[in-house]
Design a protein around this ligand. Structure first.
Ligand SMILES: Cc1cc2nc3c(=O)[nH]c(=O)nc-3n(C[C@H](O)[C@H](O)[C@H](O)COP(=O)(O)OP(=O)(O)OC[C@H]3O[C@@H](n4cnc5c(N)ncnc54)[C@H](O)[C@@H]3O)c2cc1C
Length: 461
């Protein structure tokens, strides 16, 4: 019997690409998979300066490349929830099916070395917190989380890479896909790679490139909302009662003045605020160093902004705000005491020193965030913090520090059917770069969905 072999090419060796390949090679006898990745293999990958983390001196996209993608350089916190890290229910159709897929990819992570134990919030404590939050109009999202850990994330990805190689997956590394055609890809090496099926999973570092390729091929893309706000820093004791319920507690808030959606994001208990440097602006983020806990806790509080006409480009809007704050801060993030912000005056080091929070990012510029953030965003952020204070007493203290800008961009959403196939037959997308996920679990699930779409087409599902 002659088996007709068809080529599947996956662009991007991040979580989405790896899980798509995994799904195909474990279910198909007729598909041959090649992954094209512009970065290194997992063994060779290093951030030149800080090794594992997004460092404060180089552009994040420099270290988001390589097998494992951006996920490898994170603490690898798996948020096991269909509406965190992208809205999976939207593609899958039902919450039940979304959960099934999450359990499926989570199992693969565990098989590849992610720890068995999860952080599951205590039901009684969740109920209590839920009631307290609901009484002031806030939604608390309880999530079960699995922490792979930065060091271990590398081993997990190595395991996936090894299994794929054993199943015959071919990796073309240090090679960028330059151009996407309807049946072939042009590589940076000058070679042309033909495909029967292709999954484009270039992550956030490739999101602009992906949108350009889609526009060129006549596939629609649309801007997604941008989340703009600040990073809040408080004494860790204030957050302890909440962080003891959930490692990375997530609250969703609708503010009173503008009815804006505001959310907390990326809580670093006993963590540090860090600066990120981009091409023409700076930003803030947070991280934890397990071996060196700080006395503070930081988290982002972000206002979701959607734009229609005449400006739909949420990235341009976010960049403009970030650049403005960069100018005001003299090339550094601005830090301000919440009390100074309320009083309408800039912070100075002497005012900050009189407060009870010692900043963990002491290279920030004390200033006035209200000079840089638009009124609507600032109002929503302050209201959000004050509402949260009713659930987490002490958050809205005058001494609380806020740093700006913290901005979370989303890639443009590529138009697809529910299998993640674009209108070009056989051309699929997956992961963060296509605006359909915003986290490790979501990226893995969308990889599996696109892989299953291909398996269905060849009658192997
Ligand atoms: C610092 C940091 C911390 C994070 N922490 C967490 C966390 O704790 N939990 C969580 O759930 N999420 C976290 N995330 C987000 C998470 O890492 C991403 O959601 C996830 O990695 C997205 O997977 P992906 O496969 O879509 O894209 P990526 O992981 O970005 O992979 C895409 C790959 O495609 C390659 N590529 C791009 N363009 C091309 C091209 N033209 N040709 C060839 N290759 C190309 C890139 O080199 C990259 O390796 C974090 C992200 C960062 C940056």
């Amino acid at each position: 019997m002659v088996i007709h072999v068809e080529n599947v090419v996956i662009v991007g060796g991040g979580v989405a690409g790896l899980f798509a390949a995994y799904e195909i090679v474990n279910s198909s006898k007729t598909l041959k998979v090649t992954i094209v990745e512009m970065g290194e293999s997992v063994v060779e990958r290093r951030c030149p300066i800080e090794r594992y983390r997004i460092c404060t001196r180089c552009r994040p996209c420099n270290i988001m490349s390589g097998i494992g993608g951006a996920g490898l350089f994170s603490s690898g916190l798996l948020n096991l929830h269909p509406r965190i890290g992208g809205d999976l229910v939207e593609f899958v159709g039902s919450e039940r099916d979304a959960w099934k897929l999450i359990e499926y990819v989570d199992r693969i992570f565990v098989d590849c070395g992610a720890p068995e134990n999860v952080f599951k919030p205590d039901e009684k404590k969740v109920e209590e917190l839920d009631r307290k939050a609901a009484s002031v109009g806030i939604t608390f999202i309880p999530i079960t989380q699995r922490l792979i850990g930065t060091e271990n994330a590398k081993n997990v990805i190595m395991c996936l890479e090894r299994r794929l190689k054993e199943e015959g997956v071919k990796f073309i590394l240090r090679t960028r896909v330059v151009n996407v055609e309807e049946d072939s890809l042009l590589l940076s090496s000058g070679e042309k790679l033909n495909y029967d099926y292709c999954i484009l999973a270039p992550g956030r570092s490739g999101m602009r490139w992906l949108a350009e390729q889609m526009n060129k091929l006549g596939v629609e893309t649309r801007y997604m909302p941008v989340d703009i706000g600040v990073r809040v820093e408080v004494p860790a004791t204030i957050m302890e009662p909440i962080c003891s319920v959930q490692r990375d507690p997530k609250f969703h808030i609708y503010t009173s003045t503008f009815d804006d959606f505001v959310r907390t994001f990326c809580v670093n208990h006993h963590g540090y605020v860090v600066m990120e440097v981009y091409e023409d602006h700076i930003g803030v983020n947070g991280h934890s160093i397990l071996a060196k806990p700080s006395p503070n806790t930081n988290f982002a509080i972000l206002d979701r902004i959607e734009l229609t006409e005449p400006l739909e480009d949420t990235t341009a809007y976010g960049n403009a705000i970030a650049r403005q704050i960069t100018i005001l801060g003299g090339g550094k993030p601005i830090v301000q005491k919440l009390g100074d912000l309320r009083k309408g005056r800039r912070s100075t080091w002497s005012r900050i020193k009189r407060g009870s929070v010692t900043p963990t990012l002491n290279t920030a510029t004390p200033g006035d965030i209200s000079m840089g953030l638009p009124h609507r965003i600032l109002t929503s952020i302050i209201e959000g913090i004050e509402m949260l204070d009713k659930v987490i007493p002490g958050i809205a203290s005058d001494s609380t520090l806020i740093y700006a800008p913290e901005i979370k961009y989303s890639a443009k959403r590529v138009a697809t059917n529910e299998k993640l196939e674009t209108k070009i037959k056989g051309l699929f997308v997956a992961g963060d770069g296509a605006g359909i996920s915003r986290g490790i679990i979501g990226a893995a699930v969308t990889g599996v969905i696109s892989a299953r779409g291909i398996l269905e087409k060849v009658g192997e599902r």
